[in-house]
Write a protein that binds this ligand. Structure first.
Ligand code: HMG
Ligand code: MG
Length: 302
């Protein structure tokens, strides 16, 4: 199959990336990171998360971040909203898109959001209705769509079931997430193809963590079945607090480098993303987890 000639890259570093950092990151650093990403040309940045600060302390500064970032017209700044309390905060923060996040595995649903899959859908219903009423974009994310740290294998049918439920809530976009980065390409194709029988493929996205080093291969496999939206984190930041041992999202620099080589348009300036990756990695006191990012930075110095 011919690959899409254009893809949307959703930068999730400021949220998925930073949420797992142990040391508190000052809001100013998060704001500068988002501003740099805006300047790099992303059309969609997941900037913050309105969840319980007891559960995810790092995201406690989300209101300040959303208030102080410099917004570029047309760019969608998304936030996570597990319930109405989160939605009210998102509304006050003028978020362009709210994300409801469920799971294809019961065990993970309990650990992550403290309720069953069915209960989560009931909580999301109210959020979804409020989003529609306020004309805010609604995205649904499905964790553990390709494997679960607690239950292991996850069947494509279980994913299809959650896709249907999120579709029926009115989601504009649905993310198929490999939370723990265990998937391999054929499995990804099977799940994407199954999900696409429930929801338009142009509005399905691939959200891959790179724990086992399979993320780029999984993105390529997704391209081959027609997926054209991908999530990634600058400098490969991240991990999920409720998925022990899982590492960050696939790095944005690596994804952009691959897209460039494939001649697929992203609208994003790779060099500016490398700079943003070096900026946040310096702040965190470690090397970026991005092969392409570090290679480009090293080449510049040489
Ligand atoms: P709960 O304890 O069942 O909820 O948590 P509750 O309604 O009983 O509330 C408990 C306390 O939290 C109360 O405070 C609430 O006010 C407060 P208290 O009275 O004890 O002082 N609270 C809130 N505070 C701020 N904002 C809110 C909020 N809601 C309640 N929105 C809840 C349920 C969902 C809130 C909790 O489990 C939670 O916040 N979990 C965090 C989950 C999370 O952020 N996980 C990481 C993101 S998901 C992810 O990374 C996966 C993804 O990347 C895709 C992938 O890779 O798979 C998206
Ligand atoms: Mg994630």
């Amino acid at each position: 199959m011919t690959l899409p000639h254009k893809v949307k890259i959703v930068e999730v570093g400021p949220r998925d990336g930073l949420q797992n950092e142990k040391e508190t990151i000052p809001a100013d650093i998060k704001i500068e990171l988002v501003n740099r990403l805006t300047d790099a040309g992303f059309a969609n940045i997941e900037a913050a998360s309105f969840v319980s600060p007891k559960w995810v302390p790092q995201m406690a500064t989300s209101a300040e971040v959303m208030e102080k970032i410099r917004r570029k017209p047309g760019v969608v700044y998304s936030v996570l909203t597990p319930n109405m309390k989160g939605f009210e905060a998102a509304l006050a923060a003028k978020a362009d898109e709210v994300v409801i996040f469920g799971a294809a595995s019961e065990a993970f649903s309990q650990k992550n959001i403290n309720c069953s899959i069915a209960e989560s859908i009931e909580r999301f219903r109210e959020v979804a209705q409020a989003a529609k009423q306020h004309k805010i974009r609604l995205r649904g994310s499905i964790s553990c769509a390709l494997g679960c740290p607690y239950q292991g294998e996850v069947e494509p049918e279980a994913v299809a079931d959650v896709v249907r439920r999120l579709r029926d809530l009115g989601c504009d976009e649905i993310d198929i997430a490999d939370t723990i980065g265990v998937a391999t390409p054929q499995k990804v194709k099977a799940v994407m193809e199954r999900a696409a029988r429930e929801f338009p493929i142009e509005r399905l996205s691939g959200h891959f963590h790179d724990t086992y080093g399979q993320a780029l291969a999984n993105i390529y496999a997704s391209l081959e079945v027609g997926i054209s939206i991908f999530h990634s984190s600058v400098a490969g930041l991240g991990g999920c607090p409720y998925a022990k041992g899982a590492t960050g999202n696939v790095s944005t620099e690596d994804v952009l480098y691959m897209m460039q080589g494939l001649g697929i348009e992203t609208g994003i300036d790779l060099n500016a993303v490398v700079d943003a990756g070096q900026f946040i990695s310096q702040h965190l006191g470690r090397k970026a987890v991005s092969r392409a990012g570090n290679a480009i930075a090293a080449k510049r110095q040489a």
